[in-house]
Design a protein around this ligand. Structure first.
Ligand code: KMH
Ligand code: ZN
Length: 297
């Protein structure tokens, strides 16, 4: 009798974590009016995305001029507001913008988010360079663990997967012990947003890691479909794509999350609730109380 010979798929999560990356640091509000750039816009967007099926929000903040900022007070206020208004896992970007300095990127952790991103290597980023020196990665990983902040390792290239193994082997697991990764595919300078590249990267991940994938621009749908079929989770949002179809601007992040949730249901791996997302990632929901900065070590 025929037997199922696909244990990797059978062992994949029964549900799909949908991460929304609503803003990013690269797009100007003038070019994408639906981009949430104020705190009120971000909170309203996050609530709408939760209602559509998101479990985690990956946050970059903007200043009064809608430009990217790592201002500590804004970051703290944003974490607090998102905790009060949503149940989402609140993840702050430590990648910031390509111009941000290492000290400011490390200080993001003072806002004490549930989770933070940790990019695993330097790469060309379009015409820019996104710098992630090894010593910076080690420092970030260590501070996140010491403060009990969950980690999401951002993998833009296959070499970043090797760097993740090196990090975990030499410096131990993240807070809570669970390794969660995000494959960021299709960045000019990184791995392409193709099923073949996704399969190669996933095959090289540490045992037991969970992972999501996102394809920037036109690679959004191919990467989402490949991720679902390979047992992964999804990241969508205006940080990565501004259109819902070729030449058709998205109406906003809720629309992108709704499409991802529809795909996940079609794959019979429906969206995880925020509570399930907290559980899968091993990051307990924090109370929505004011957060205070901790001194830098
Ligand atoms: N904005 C990019 C330079 C992250 O959030 O950790 C870096 C980025 C990665 O978006
Ligand atoms: Zn980001």
């Amino acid at each position: 009798m025929w037997r199922d010979t696909l244990p990797a798929v059978a062992a994949s999560s029964a549900g799909t974590l949908i991460t929304v990356a609503p803003t990013g640091a690269e797009t100007a509000k003038a070019d994408a009016p639906a981009l949430p750039v104020t705190l009120a816009e971000l909170v309203a967007d996050a609530q709408a995305c939760q209602a559509e099926g998101a479990g985690l929000v990956h946050v970059h903040v903007r200043d009064e001029a809608a430009l990217p900022t790592l201002d500590p007070a804004r970051l703290r206020d944003t974490v607090q507001a998102l905790r009060e208004a949503t149940d989402l896992v609140v993840q702050l970007s430590t990648g910031g913008a390509v111009t941000d300095l290492e000290a400011a990127r490390l200080a993001v952790l003072d806002a004490q988010p549930d989770s933070a991103s940790c990019s695993m290597g330097t790469l060309n980023f379009g015409d820019d360079v996104f710098t992630n020196r090894w010593s910076f990665i080690v420092e970030l990983h260590g501070r996140m663990r010491d403060r009990g902040i969950g980690a999401e390792y951002e993998l833009f290239d296959l070499g970043h997967v090797s760097a993740l193994h090196r990090l975990l082997d030499r410096h131990g697991p993240p807070a809570g012990g669970h390794v969660h990764c995000d494959l960021v595919m299709g960045v000019p300078g990184g791995m392409p947003g193709t099923a073949a590249a996704l399969v190669a990267a996933v095959a090289a991940l540490p045992a037991g890691a969970t992972w999501s994938a996102t394809g920037v621009g036109r690679s959004t749908l191919p990467v989402a479909l490949a991720a679902l079929s390979a047992g992964g989770h999804l990241r969508v949002g205006m940080e990565d794509t501004l259109s819902i179809a070729p030449g058709v601007p998205t109406t906003g992040n809720p629309e992108l999350v709704r499409r991802a949730a529809d795909l996940a249901r079609l794959a019979q791996r429906p969206p995880l609730t925020p509570a399930q997302a907290h559980g899968m990632l091993g990051v307990p929901a924090a109370p929505a109380s004011p957060v205070r900065p901790t001194p830098l070590g």
